[in-house]
Each structure stands twice: as structure tokens, then as C-alpha cells.
Design a protein around this ligand. Structure first.
Ligand code: RFL
Ligand code: PHB
Length: 390
């Protein structure tokens, strides 16, 4: 088989790039290790920045997002029971975010690929990129007993944090930066009316909590838990009780509970791999960098990688201009590190750290006090949360 761009990973990054390149007449094949059902069963992001929503529209995938997604112009931060609103719209110069689940967005991308007869190969086993430094790289994968080879011009590693692409870059080339937080988020999805029309990020001495949503009938809640906890430690009842304890009393009173339809624990980690290009391999999204979810940046950072790669590929194939490809790593990383900084800041400000000094706690309190005393500080939060320009 031959294609122009072989894409490893059929998550949002890989599918979005495939769709955008297809619309410009550039051929791609997407190789996904899992089944489509499995990919669509993962409950992840919920908040899309403006630039991401624009990219969905450019990919001709924005129709359902525009119909069913909710525009949010602010969110709340509660501090041990006291709620303050961050006015994103006011402080970002009129911007906002779209609340639309990653599951739905991925479903829309799959459907668009189907409509256009895009080649997305599921259950591709033992995917392996080869000869990445040569002008003729290729990717192999296994289907049952058969090994299949795809020759291509470029390989895109969009296979998430645990994928094979990053690992195929030699150790002496790749530099990895990592910070692991001493806690995780326990997330629950429930078919209940959300407690608040806007998200609530709750700082509490018992630990952080987040009230989010997917629609007016589907709620997503998270609580900070120790890394040693497992899902089995948390019955629904115990989860709801703990969530209520971390929310302002009037919010807790309004909270409608119900059976969880999904419950999972995600450890919190910051990670960046540099450079994001090795020969004719380009890393994108979680394959190259991850953030703790507190700033809602993960998927949005993937989107900026895809935006840069998309334009670089189009310039290469249409105009023979390779400057975008040559600058990709530096350009993508500059924005990635800003998302890292913001996510670290939000995480540090809002979580309870097991070994923090009384001094650290005073600084944390002061951070929030400063934030709400300064329009400039709220402006900084808002411009980062709605997404820095690509
Ligand atoms: P993905 O989604 O991990 O997709 C990678 C795909 O590659 C496949 N794969 C392979 N395929 C072939 N061969 C191999 N060897 C392969 N290895 C892996 C995988 O099966 C998978 O389908 O990466 P991608 O596309 O870069 O997308 C990144 C996002 O998924 C991620 O950044 C976000 O979900 C992060 N995130 C959030 N981001 C936001 O912008 N806003 C949010 O509100 C937000 N909330 C979250 C989040 C992530 C969370 N978790 C669970 C980590 C909330 C949570 C709880
Ligand atoms: C979510 O709805 O899953 C979500 C929203 C905001 C975040 C993280 C996760 O910061």
C-alpha cells in the first residue's frame, strides 16, 4: 500500500489531521490499535477552546458541535465554600469556550472520514514505523497473521502517551521533561442534570473537585484522590458524599445524584518530549506532551499541533515550501510549554498537596486572593483558558 501521510493513532489528533489533509487532496491512512467502539467508550475532555472549534468547522465536522455544544462565557472557582465567577468573555476580549465531549467530537470525525471514504484501519496490531531518517519511510502493522506495509512520505505519531511513535525516536535524540503529581482524579459520568450551568472548579482542604457537564442531562464530576485509590474503593454513594463535602453548601444541596455510567481514575502528569520531529516522523498531541486536566488544555494543545502540521503539509504538497515542516517542532513546542505553564499553575493553585508546608498553603490562598483582586490576573487566566492564538 502507498499513501502520502501515514498517521499512527485514530484519536482526535490523527482523525482531525486526516480529515483536513483529505479536504486539500492529500492522501492519508490512519492506523488505530483499538476498535472504534473502544475509542468511543473513553470519556475524556469536555472543554474546547475557540481555535479548536474553528478547526472542527474547517474540517467540515462542526455541524453537530455547533448545534449541541454549549458556549460557555465563564466558570466558577470556589474556595472552601466561597464562589467567585471568572468572566471569560469579559476578560478575554469577547471569547468563550465550547462544552462538547471528546467522545462526540471523535464520533463526528469518524463519520466524516466514513463519508469521504477515508482509510481508517482499526485493530491494527504491532504498528511500527521504519526508516524515518530516509526519504522513503514506511509503516508496518499486523492483521491476524498478515504483516502489511504502507510506504509513505511522512509518518505522523498521533498515538497518545503510550504509543509506539515517540519510542521509535532514539534515546540520545529525545529529551523528556516530566512532572508527576502525587494524586489523581476520580471521574464520574451520570445521567443527571448538571448542578451548575457553568463549570465549578472547587478548592477545598479535603481536596479539589470539579463540576462539569456534557449536556443538560449528562453531568461529569471529578474529585482529587490519592494515587493509591482504585475505582473499587469508591462506591457511587461514597463519591457523591465526598463531592458534596467539597462544594459550597448551597451547591451541594442542589446536587442531583444518580448511578454512575462511567467511573475512572486518571493520574495527573505533565510531560513534554523534545523535539517533536525526527527525520520524517512528526509527533502530535498526547504522543508528545500531556498536562494535568485542570486547565482543560490537553486536547486543545493537540489541536494547535494539528493546525501547524496541517498548514505545513499543505505548503509542502501545494507549493513545495518546507519551512512549515522545518519549523514545526519549535513552533509547536513554544505553544505547548505555555499550556504546560498554565496547567501547572491551575493545578498548583487548586489542589491539596499531601506534603505542603504551611507556607505553601499561605501562598496558595494568596494566589486566589490576588486573582480575584486583579482584573489583569483574571485577564491572564481568561486568555489562557479560552486558548492562546495558534
Ligand atoms: P489519544 O486520544 O490518546 O489518541 C491516541 C490514539 O492512538 C491509539 N494508539 C495506537 N494506534 C496504533 N498503534 C499504536 N501502537 C497505538 N498506541 C496508541 C490509541 O488507541 C488512541 O486511540 O491522543 P490524541 O489524539 O493526541 O488526543 C489527546 C486527548 O485525548 C487528550 O489530550 C485529552 O483527552 C486531555 N483531556 C482534556 N483536554 C482538553 O483539552 N480539555 C479537557 O477538558 C480535558 N479533560 C482530558 C480531560 C484527559 C483526561 N484523561 C482521562 C487523561 C479529562 C480527563 C479525565
Ligand atoms: C471535563 O468535562 O471532563 C473537564 C472539564 C474541564 C477540565 C477538565 C475536564 O478542566
Amino acid at each position: 500500500m502507498r499513501t502520502q501521510v501515514a498517521i499512527i493513532g485514530g484519536g482526535p489528533s490523527g482523525l482531525m489531521l486526516s480529515q483536513l489533509l483529505h479536504l486539500k487532496g492529500i492522501a492519508t491512512v490512519v492506523l488505530e490499535r483499538q476498535s472504534r467502539e473502544y475509542v468511543l467508550s473513553r470519556i475524556r475532555a469536555g472543554v474546547l477552546e475557540h481555535g479548536f472549534a474553528e478547526l472542527m468547522r474547517e474540517a467540515q465536522c462542526g455541524e453537530r458541535m455547533d448545534r449541541e455544544g454549549e458556549i460557555h462565557e465563564g466558570f466558577f472557582i470556589s474556595d472552601n465554600g466561597a464562589m467567585r465567577r471568572v468572566d471569560l468573555h469579559k476578560y478575554s476580549g469577547g471569547s468563550s469556550v465550547v462544552v462538547y465531549g471528546q467522545t462526540e467530537l471523535t464520533r463526528d470525525l469518524y463519520e466524516a472520514r466514513d463519508r469521504m471514504n477515508g482509510k481508517v484501519i482499526h485493530n491494527a496490531e504491532d504498528v511500527q514505523p521504519h526508516d524515518l531518517k530516509s526519504a522513503n519511510p514506511y509503516v508496518t502493522y499486523r492483521m491476524g497473521d498478515e504483516i502489511i506495509r504502507i510506504d509513505c512520505d511522512y509518518v505522523i505519531g498521533a498515538d497518545g502517551f503510550h504509543g509506539v511513535s515517540r519510542k521509535s525516536i532514539p534515546r540520545d535524540v529525545l529529551k523528556e521533561y516530566e512532572k508527576v503529581y502525587p494524586f489523581g482524579w476520580l471521574g464520574v459520568l451520570s445521567r443527571t442534570k448538571p448542578v451548575s450551568p457553568e463549570l465549578i472548579y472547587a478548592k477545598h482542604e479535603r481536596g479539589f473537585a470539579l463540576c462539569s457537564l456534557r449536556s443538560q442531562v449528562l453531568s461529569r464530576y471529578y474529585i482529587q484522590v490519592p494515587l493509591s485509590d482504585t475505582v473499587e474503593d469508591w462506591s457511587d454513594e461514597k463519591f457523591w458524599d465526598e463531592l458534596k463535602r467539597r462544594l459550597p453548601a448551597d451547591v451541594a444541596e442542589r446536587l442531583i445524584t444518580g448511578p454512575s455510567i462511567e467511573k475512572s481514575i486518571a493520574p495527573l502528569r505533565s510531560f513534554v518530549a523534545e523535539p517533536m520531529r525526527y527525520g520524517n516522523l512528526f509527533l502530535a498531541g498526547d504522543a508528545a506532551h500531556i498536562v494535568p486536566p485542570t486547565g482543560a488544555r490537553g486536547l486543545n494543545s493537540a489541536a494547535s499541533d494539528i493546525y501547524y502540521l496541517y498548514h505545513a503539509m499543505v505548503a509542502h504538497y501545494k507549493n513545495g515550501d518546507d519551512s512549515g515542516l522545518d519549523n514545526y517542532s519549535a513552533k509547536a513546542l513554544a505553544r505547548v510549554w505555555k499550556a504546560q505553564r498554565f496547567s501547572w499553575w491551575m493545578t498548583t493553585m487548586l489542589h491539596t498537596f499531601p506534603d505542603s508546608l504551611a507556607y505553601d498553603q499561605k501562598l496558595q490562598d494568596t494566589e486566589l486572593a490576588y486573582l480575584f483582586s486583579s482584573e489583569k490576573a483574571q485577564g491572564s487566566l481568561a486568555e489562557n483558558y479560552v486558548g492562546l492564538p495558534f
